[in-house]
Design a protein around this ligand. Structure first.
Ligand code: SF4
Length: 372
C-alpha cells in the first residue's frame, strides 16, 4: 500500500540498523514519546534491530494511560447522575477507577454511549434536549481541536445541554517534567509526530536547547522509528543537541494553523494531574472564560473522590521510562488486558498492554531481524 509499504521495507530497515550499529560507540537511552510509536517498536521487533547499547524508553504519550483516576471516578459519578447521557470513545470505558469502570456503570444502568467523534455527542445533545449530554474529552493536542470545534458549534447553535469533561494534556510540559526529574534517564527523544502535525515543532527547539537534549520528530512506521533513532544517535555521538524534523511528510514548522486557532478560541492553558506522574503546571487545556458554561465539572459539581491505585502497579515509573512492564510483579498475572490493574494495561497504546500483546516478557536480546 502506497505510503505504508515503503516505510515497512525490510531491506531499508536492515540498512538503517547497520548504520545505527556502525556509529554507536557507547550506551544511550532514547525515549519515544508516543504510545503509537511504542506499539510499532514492539509489533515489529525494532529493538532487535538495534545494538545492545541502545535502550528505548517508553514515554507518557498514551492519553488514556495518563488520565488520572480522580477523573475516571468523576466520569463515573457524572454518568450515574439521572437525566445524563455520558459519551466517550470506547477505550476510556475500561479504564479502572478505584471502584470499577464506566463499562460496569453502564451495566448497572447508567446511560453511557460509545461515540466516534465529539460531534456525534453534540448530535445526541441536539436530539435529547431534556437530557444533559457529557463528552469525555481526553487526549493530547491531536484530539483537542475536534473537541474544541464541538464546543464552538454548541455555542454557535445555542445548544445548552452539551458539556465537556475535559482532560486534555500537552506534550512539551511532560517532556520538560521528565527532564527536570532527578531520576531522569532520557538522553534523547523521538518527538511526537502526530502532535507536531497540529502544533508544529518550534516548541521542541526550545526544549532541546534548554536541556541540551536531541529531539528528532518521528513518525509511526518502522522506517520512521529507525530513522529517528539513527538521527538521535548521530547527535548523541557527536555531542550535539538540536531539534530536527524527520516526519516531513506530515509535519511542518508551524503546524496546522486552523486547528491551533480553534484551540485558542475555546481553551486556555491549565495545570493538570497526570496519572502516575503527578501534577504538572500548565500541562493541559481547560475551557476558557467564554466557554466555561460547557464545563461538566462546573455543571455537575461532583466532589473530588479520594483514590487508591493498586499497590502492585508501577505504571508511574513505566511512564517516566524508569522501569519496563516485565519488572512489575503483577504483569501478566494479576494484571492482564482482560483484568487491568493500571491504565497502561487498558489502552492498546499503553506500554503494559503492548508488551503483553507482543509477548515481551524480558529484556531485549540482539539478533532477531523479525521485521515483517
Ligand atoms: S502490569 Fe498492570 S499493575 Fe503492572 S504496571 Fe502495568 S498496569 Fe500497573
Amino acid at each position: 500500500m502506497k505510503y505504508l509499504d515503503e516505510f515497512r521495507d525490510l531491506k531499508l530497515a536492515q540498512n538503517l540498523s547497520s548504520r545505527i550499529k556502525r556509529i554507536t560507540s557507547k550506551p544511550w537511552k532514547i525515549m519515544e514519546v508516543c504510545g503509537g510509536q511504542t506499539h510499532t517498536i514492539l509489533q515489529y521487533g525494532l529493538e532487535d534491530l538495534l545494538p545492545a547499547q541502545i535502550e528505548l524508553l517508553h514515554g507518557p504519550g498514551c492519553p488514556v494511560c495518563v488520565t488520572p483516576m480522580e477523573l475516571i471516578n468523576k466520569a463515573i459519578a457524572i454518568a450515574r447522575t439521572p437525566g445524563t447521557i455520558f459519551c466517550s470513545f470506547g477505550d476510556m470505558l475500561r479504564v479502572p477507577g478505584d471502584k470499577g469502570d464506566l463499562l460496569q456503570a453502564k451495566a448497572q444502568g447508567a446511560e453511557i454511549r460509545t461515540v466516534y467523534s465529539p460531534l456525534d455527542a453534540l448530535n445526541i445533545a441536539r436530539n435529547n434536549p431534556d437530557k444533559r449530554v457529557v463528552f469525555f474529552a481526553v487526549g493530547f493536542e491531536t484530539t483537542a481541536p475536534a473537541n474544541a470545534m464541538a464546543v464552538h458549534q454548541a455555542k454557535k447553535l445555542n445548544i445548552r445541554n452539551f458539556f465537556l469533561l475535559c482532560s486534555h494534556v500537552t506534550v512539551p510540559p511532560v517532556m520538560a517534567a521528565i527532564l527536570d526529574s532527578s531520576e531522569n534517564q532520557v538522553q534523547a527523544f523521538l518527538g511526537p509526530g502526530h502532535v507536531c502535525s497540529v502544533m508544529g515543532w518550534k516548541e521542541y527547539e526550545e526544549i532541546s536547547k534548554h536541556y541540551n537534549v536531541p529531539i528528532v520528530i518521528s513518525g509511526f512506521e518502522p522506517i520512521d522509528i529507525l530513522t529517528g533513532v539513527l538521527h538521535c544517535v548521530k547527535q548523541l555521538e557527536s555531542g550535539k543537541a538540536f531539534a530536527e524534523n524527520r516526519y516531513a511528510r506530515a509535519v511542518s514548522v508551524s503546524g496546522n494553523k486552523s486547528a491551533q486557532n480553534i484551540l485558542h478560541e475555546v481553551f486556555e492553558e491549565g495545570d493538570r494531574l497526570w496519572r502516575g506522574l503527578g501534577a504538572i503546571p500548565k500541562s493541559g487545556y481547560k475551557l476558557n472564560e467564554n466557554y466555561k458554561e460547557y464545563d461538566a465539572e462546573k455543571e455537575f459539581l461532583v466532589e473530588a473522590v479520594n483514590t487508591q491505585e493498586s499497590s502492585l502497579c508501577i505504571s508511574g515509573e513505566i511512564l517516566k521510562g524508569l522501569k519496563k512492564p516485565w519488572q512489575c510483579s503483577a504483569f501478566g498475572k494479576e494484571c492482564t488486558p482482560e483484568n487491568p490493574l493500571g491504565a497502561t494495561m487498558v489502552s492498546s497504546e499503553g506500554t503494559c498492554a503492548t508488551y503483553y500483546k507482543f509477548g515481551k516478557t524480558q529484556v531485549k536480546q540482539e539478533g532477531d531481524l523479525s521485521l515483517v
